[in-house]
Design a protein around this ligand. Structure first.
Ligand code: NAD
Length: 291
C-alpha cells in the first residue's frame, strides 16, 4: 500500500520548515504537524515565521501540496516521520527533553508498522535509544528495528551560510539497527547529496554534539582529547566514533572562518565505514512496506 505522505515533519520551526521545503521540492509528498496552532495558521496564510524562509517559499510549499495541522492522526499516514522539536535547557541548565518526550508519545500513539522515525533534534548521546525508543515502543506496542525503524540524523543548519545548505551539507545518520540506518540513508539520499552512515545513533548524536562544540570554541587538535573525556561511549577498538565524528568535522560545510582548510585537509584521509552518495534527483524508494 502506498502511504499518503512520504514524509511527516513534526515540529515546524527553524529546522522543520527548511526540511519540508527541500523534500517537497524533491517531489516527496510531505505534511507537517505542530502543537502550536499559530504556527499552522501562519503557514496556512502563506506567511513565513522562520528566518531565512520567505513568504514565497511558504506559498511554494502549499503549491507543492504541503499541508500543516495540529491533528496527530496524520502520523498514521506517513512512511517517514522526522522529529524536529526544540531541545533547549531548563532553568537549572539541564537538557530539556520535555518537547522530545511529548513528540515521541504523540508519534508512538499513532505509529504504524513499517514507519521510519527519525530524530533530528540535537541532544546528548543516548537520547534516541534511551529516551525516544522506550516511549515509542510503549505507546505503539511495536518493536523498534522489527516493526518500525528508528534513526538519529542531526540537523546541521549553519545560519547565514550562503554556500552550504541542507542539500549539499553531508547528512550524518545513525540507525538503531543496520536496517534502520539503511532505510534512513535511503530516505535522505532522495534529497541530500551525500549521506554518511555512522555506526549507530550514539555516534551520530556525538558527532553533532562535537560539531556544535567545535563550531563554538574547540580547536581541531583538541578533538581526540575531548573524545577521551567520554569513556562511557562505545568507542570500541576500531575507533568508529572518532571516524564518524571526524568525518563530520572534516566535511563540515560551515567551519568557523580561518579553520576550514586545515580540517578539510585532515579529513580527506579519514576512512568512513559506509558512505552513500546519491544525486538530488534520485528517486530510490526505501523499499519498505507501509504496513
Ligand atoms: N536553529 C538551528 O540553527 C538548529 C540547528 C541545528 C539543530 N537544531 C536543533 O533542531 C531542533 C529544533 O530546533 P528549531 O530551531 O527548529 O526549533 P523551533 O523552536 O524553531 O521550532 C520547533 C517547533 O516545534 C514545535 N513543537 C514543540 N513541541 C512539539 C510537539 N510535542 N509536537 C509537535 N511540535 C512541537 C514548536 O511549536 C515549534 O513550532 C532543536 O533540537 C535544535 O537544537 C537547531
Amino acid at each position: 500500500m502506498t502511504a499518503e505522505h512520504e514524509l511527516l515533519v513534526v515540529g515546524l520551526g527553524y529546522v522543520g520548515i527548511p526540511l519540508a521545503l527541500r523534500a517537497c521540492r524533491a517531489g516527496l509528498r510531505t505534511a507537517g504537524l505542530d502543537v502550536d496552532p499559530s504556527v499552522v495558521d501562519t503557514l496556512a496564510a502563506a506567511r513565513s515565521h522562520v528566518a531565512g524562509v520567505s513568504d514565497e517559499d511558504i506559498a511554494e510549499l502549499r503549491l507543492l501540496g504541503f499541508a500543516a495541522g495540529t491533528a496527530p492522526s496524520v502520523i498514521a499516514s506517513a512512511e517517514t516521520v522526522v522529529i524536529c522539536v526544540p531541545t533547549g535547557l531548563t532553568a537549572d541548565r539541564t537538557p530539556d527533553l520535555g518537547p522530545l518526550r511529548a513528540a515521541s508519545r504523540t508519534v508512538g500513539a499513532h505509529l504504524r508498522t513499517g514507519t521510519l522515525v527519525v530524530v533530528e533534534s540535537t541532544s546528548h548521546p543516548g537520547t534516541t535509544e534511551e529516551v525516544v525508543l522506550p516511549i515509542l515502543e510503549r505507546e505503539s506496542g511495536l518493536r523498534a528495528g522489527e516493526d518500525f525503524y528508528l534513526a538519529f540524523a542531526p540537523e546541521r543548519i549553519d545560519p547565514g551560510n550562503e554556500r552550504f545548505g541542507l542539500g549539499n551539507t553531508p547528512k550524518v545518520v545513525g540507525g538503531h539497527t543496520p536496517l534502520c540506518a539503511k532505510y534512513c540513508a535511503a530516505f535522505y539520499g532522495r534529497f541530500v547529496d551525500t549521506v554518511v552512515v555512522a555506526r549507530g545513533t550514539r555516534e551520530a548524536e556525538l558527532a553533532k554534539l562535537l560539531e556544535n562544540t567545535y563550531r563554538r570554541d574547540l580547536e581541531p587538535a583538541k578533538l581526540p582529547e575531548r573524545l577521551l573525556l567520554l569513556p562511557e561511549l562505545p568507542l570500541g577498538p576500531t575507533g568508529k566514533v572518532c571516524r564518524a565524528t571526524l568525518t563530520t568535522l572534516a566535511t563540515a560545510a560551515h567551519p568557523p572562518s580561518g579553520r576550514s582548510s586545515r580540517v578539510m585537509d585532515r579529513g580527506a584521509d579519514i576512512p568512513v565505514g559506509e558512505r552513500a552518495s546519491r544525486s538530488r534527483s534520485a528517486t530510490a524508494s526505501t523499499g519498505r512496506t507501509s504496513g
